[in-house]
Design a protein around this ligand. Structure first.
Ligand code: 3PG
Ligand code: MG
Length: 396
């Protein structure tokens, strides 16, 4: 892959339009995890120190093309400012007068964060007119948003064709760390996969199947697979459409890839009834809700992981935010840490996965903690990420 980096740009006094992935998890309006904010700092600090006029854009959540105060980036501007130690201005829109006047007010070394690009329908449609409105704000474009590089959106793809472009530091670090895994990964290769966004990941499952020897499945995703196999999952979170999961099961069987599913679970009568959490065999969920993998499952997953030389952790095994439901994710994380110490390459990918790894204290023991979710998995199966491909199209 050939693309320019910050080192190839002359940025002093220039307006540098930077796409970051500041799609942080929010809890009651507060930032619940700062991994993505911190991942943006090296690029922003470098630009600030060299006298660039930095204009940062990002999405937050999925507001579906309409302004929605629940998804404002304003708290992220404050967080960036604190962690960068530099004032970060905030513009109430990412295009038009509010953005243009805020950008014009920047001094050399100044930093501005624009409001959520997904407040405009043109972003996800990669509308050329919307990309042109964004491009007007900058002289140069830097894509540092590895976590959104799998989306061909106006701020990640369209704008790269309109301005001289380069990869930021986070983008560079991700591509180099993950690149070591896609070229001839060491076997056995195990993927611990979980979280709720199962529908989004069905296609990625299919592609990963080519490389991975075994999947250890947890979280809401596991419930969908269990339901597809006819196991009663009570009131657990799961997808309504079971057909994609059935196809994955059939494909795994035909390829000889192991799909490990829970044999026991931590259940409770309701999400908030943690005091009544208890372990049941997977056939005995009844009307209750599965909230974590059980201890037998955790032991089986740990042993699959400990035999691996390449490990991808994508998504928690349960509702790790609550102590009653975190032991599955903790066991898996500890197994990955042991395997890493013994020489395996381990990658944590996925907003939730990284948040869990930080919260449960095993992030520091991994080879690489990616800022990406879907982007990371797609990269690992060798897909071309539109945000990266667009950087390569630029003439040197
Ligand atoms: C992510 O968190 O996966 C990225 O920020 C991309 O967000 P999206 O999945 O809503 O496109
Ligand atoms: Mg995603």
């Amino acid at each position: 892959m050939a693309f320019r980096t910050l080192d190839d740009l002359d940025v002093r006094g220039k307006r540098v339009l930077v796409r970051e992935d500041l799609n942080v998890p929010l809890k009651n309006g507060a930032i619940a995890d700062y991994t993505r904010v911190d991942a943006a700092l090296p690029t922003l600090r470098w630009l600030h120190e060299r006298g660039a006029r930095t204009i940062v854009m990002s999405h937050l959540g999925r507001p579906d093309g309409h302004p929605n105060p629940a998804y404002t980036l304003e708290p992220v501007a404050r967080a960036l400012s604190e962690r960068l130690g530099v004032p970060v201005a905030f513009a109430r829109d990412c295009v038009g007068e509010p953005a243009e006047s805020a950008a014009a007010a920047l001094a050399d070394g100044g930093v501005l964060l624009l409001e959520n690009v997904r407040f405009h329908a043109g972003e996800e449609r990669n509308d050329p007119a919307f990309a042109a409105q964004l491009a007007r704000l900058g002289d140069l474009y830097v894509n540092d948003a590895f976590g959104t590089a799998h989306r061909a959106h106006a701020s990640t793809e369209g704008v790269a064709h309109l301005l001289p472009s380069a990869a930021g530091r986070c983008m560079e670090a991700e591509l180099s760390a993950l690149g070591r895994l896609t070229a001839d990964p060491r076997k056995p290769y195990v993927c611990a996969i979980g979280g709720a966004k199962v529908k989004d990941k069905i296609g990625v499952f299919t592609h990963l199947m080519e490389n991975v020897d075994a999947f250890c499945i947890g979280g809401g995703m596991a419930n969908t697979f269990l339901a597809a196999k006819g196991v009663g999952v009570g009131s657990s979170l799961r997808d309504d459409d079971l057909e994609p999961a059935r196809r994955i099961v059939a494909l795994a069987e035909s390829k000889g890839v192991a799909l490990h599913l829970p044999v026991d679970a931590v259940v409770a009568p309701a999400f908030d009834a943690d005091d009544r959490a208890h372990v049941v065999p997977i056939e005995a969920v009844g009307n209750e809700m599965i909230l974590d993998i059980g201890p037998k499952t955790a032991a089986a997953y740990a042993s699959a992981i400990e035999g691996a030389r390449t490990i991808v952790f994508n998504g928690p095994m349960g509702v790790y935010e609550k102590p009653a439901y975190q032991s599955g994710t903790k066991s898996v994380g500890e197994a990955i840490a042991r395997a890493t110490k013994a020489g395996a390459i381990s990658v944590v990918g996925g907003g939730d996965a990284a948040a869990a790894a930080h919260a449960l204290g095993f992030a520091a023991e991994m080879t690489h903690v990616s800022t990406g979710g879907g982007a990371t998995l797609e990269f690992l199966e060798g897909a071309t990420l539109p945000g990266v491909a667009a950087l390569e199209l630029q003439p040197a």
